[in-house]
Design a protein around this ligand. Structure first.
Ligand code: DC
Length: 221
């Protein structure tokens, strides 16, 4: 079974996808981690996030690995587990920027398709239903207002001890939304056959329940 879960940053896709994977006994694949890892490599090599030409030149020196240990996804960059180093605001901006480069998307395409060929997956991303798994049995496009997403993200970052303001987080979300939805290659837009799930006023359990209903309407569980 392949479930594509797309939508903008901060809609809660990863939390919901993880819960769905657990309930359904399938693997949760976080594809954003791959873009973040390319961004991390660029940063480590001292390449600026908008330096498209140099980022493209870095690709041949990158070997990405993806493994699943007890259901947890581990991403390796040239053999080293990236862990939480890809979870900073700066790397999120890097990821958004590198993800607009067609060569980067092409570089990551097969890694994503291979995992879905070999496993039942709920795959979270931006172009899973449109580009990576156009034949997915279930496609959900999950979203919430920028303000609702900024508030959730702000609380998460503060809990992690990051120094930020709500206004700054909202601005970042709007900028990433703009970058991700207006880029020429694989913009973050719903597939024609995706079911829209607005969770602005739903909590996590409510969103998971709504997603399960959508899945049940498409496949026999
Ligand atoms: O889901 P995330 O925040 O970890 O994603 C980081 C960035 O990567 C985000 O700005 C959009 C991009 N991305 C993408 O273009 N395609 C995907 N399938 C996943 C993420």
């Amino acid at each position: 079974m392949k479930i594509a879960l797309d939508g903008p940053s901060g809609a809660g896709k990863s939390t919901v996808a993880r819960a769905l994977a657990k309930k359904l006994g399938i693997i949760y694949v976080d594809t954003g981690a791959l873009y973040r890892t390319i961004g991390l490599h660029a940063k480590l090599r001292g390449v600026g996030m908008y330096d498209t030409e140099r980022i493209k030149e870095l690709l041949p020196e990158i070997t990405l690995g993806m493994e699943f240990i007890n259901g947890e996804q581990i991403v390796t960059l040239n053999g080293v587990n990236v862990g939480d180093t890809i979870r900073t605001g700066e790397i999120a901006m890097y990821a958004s920027s590198v993800s607009a480069i067609p060569e980067v998307r092409a570089f990551l395409l097969e890694t994503q398709r291979k995992i879905a060929r070999e496993n039942s997956v709920v795959m979270d991303g931006r172009d899973i239903g449109t580009v990576i798994l156009p034949d997915a049995e279930v496609k959900i496009f999950m979203f919430a207002s920028p303000e609702a997403r900024a508030e959730r993200r702000y609380k998460e970052l503060i809990a992690k001890g990051e120094n930020c303001t709500y206004e700054g987080v909202l601005e970042d979300i709007k900028l990433r939304d703009h970058n991700d939805s207006t880029r020429k290659t694989a913009p973050a837009i719903p597939a024609d056959d995706a079911v829209m799930l607005d969770n602005s006023s739903l909590d996590i359990d409510g969103t998971v329940d709504a997603a399960i209903e959508i899945i049940k309407s498409k496949v026999q569980l």
